[in-house]
Design a protein around this ligand. Structure first.
Ligand SMILES: [Zn+2]
Length: 292
């Protein structure tokens, strides 16, 4: 089943207690109280990717660098790409331009220092790069980033960038051109269903993700899949959060590992860095030529 071009496998590396869904319930000041579980889950993902000879992009939070330097090196040494998920998991909607610059500069520096390789990709916490925050593209370019993977072509409270092309494309700004790798959607009866991974991967039937990836492959464009380490950690401690957040965070978590393995068996995956190396700018423009 591996005859098609590879899709992007991406991991947003953060702890189970650092998720945005818990923002109102779990105070950041309490983060140091919770036992870390991220390394074991990332190691599970590394093994699953290795089993299927797949590579991926790991968007890592800068605040994890001090405690998890060896984990970051393991990711790098296994042939995957290290990219930035910002420093503190604060949404862009709550940051000034200079605070955003500090987030992406400090995380890039720390991750490059630990991984010993250049970091040039970024994913916003909770896809919070929303319409009106396009200045973030300029800051990314100014800070040496070459691509962004934060846009979700759907309309949702608090996130989403409706109308963005459903394929990798160039974003031309005064200071240069950034490549965008948007999240995957499945178009059903003219409506866009989020089908990129994460909670949608756990809550919707597996067939939704499979149909989305197959449809991107038919159009000749890579889809971007994402997952969090805590989503493949069925035994994580249950935190005292309200019912809706509990459903969002823990729903379907028991079957996520099986689904990841099935996805890796059915599709070919690579990192964004490798895709950019093998599909340079001219190919990006070709992706853009496909009408969605
Ligand atoms: Zn995140």
């Amino acid at each position: 089943m591996h005859e098609t071009a590879p899709h992007v496998f991406s991991v947003d590396v953060e702890e189970y207690f650092q998720v945005s869904a818990f923002d109102g319930s779990i105070d950041r000041a309490r983060w140091p109280e919770f036992p870390s579980r991220v390394a074991a889950s990332v190691d599970w993902l590394l093994e699953a990717l290795e089993q299927h000879q797949a590579r991926g992009t790991f968007f890592v939070l800068g605040c994890l660098v001090a405690q998890h330097a060896s984990l970051i090196r393991r990711i790098q040494d296994a042939g995957h790409e290290i990219a930035s998920h910002g420093w503190s998991h604060r949404k862009l909607t709550s940051l000034s331009r200079s605070e955003f610059r500090e987030e992406i500069r400090s995380s890039k520096d720390a991750l490059e220092w630990v991984a010993g390789a250049p970091v040039f990709g970024f994913r916003a916490p909770s896809f919070s790069l929303v319409p009106g925050l396009e200045w973030a593209f300029d800051v990314l370019l100014e800070e040496g980033y070459r691509y962004d993977s934060s846009l979700f072509p759907i309309r949702r409270p608090g996130y989403g960038y409706p109308g963005t092309p459903q394929r990798p494309h160039e974003i031309a700004r005064r200071g240069g051109t950034l490549i965008e790798f948007p999240m995957t959607v499945l178009t059903v009866a003219g409506a866009q269903l989020p089908a990129a991974g994460g909670g949608y991967f756990r809550h919707f039937p597996y067939a939704v993700t499979r149909a989305a990836l197959a449809s991107y492959a038919r159009r000749g464009t890579p889809a971007t899949f994402y997952i969090h380490p805590w989503e493949v950690d069925p035994n994580q401690p249950r935190l005292p959060v309200p019912a809706l957040q509990r459903l969002r965070h823990y729903g379907g978590i028991g079957q996520a590992r099986q689904r990841v393995l099935r996805l890796l068996a059915e599709f070919r995956f690579t990192s964004i860095a490798r895709l950019m190396r093998t599909a340079p700018a001219a190919t990006m423009r070709a992706f853009s030529a496909f009408a969605s």
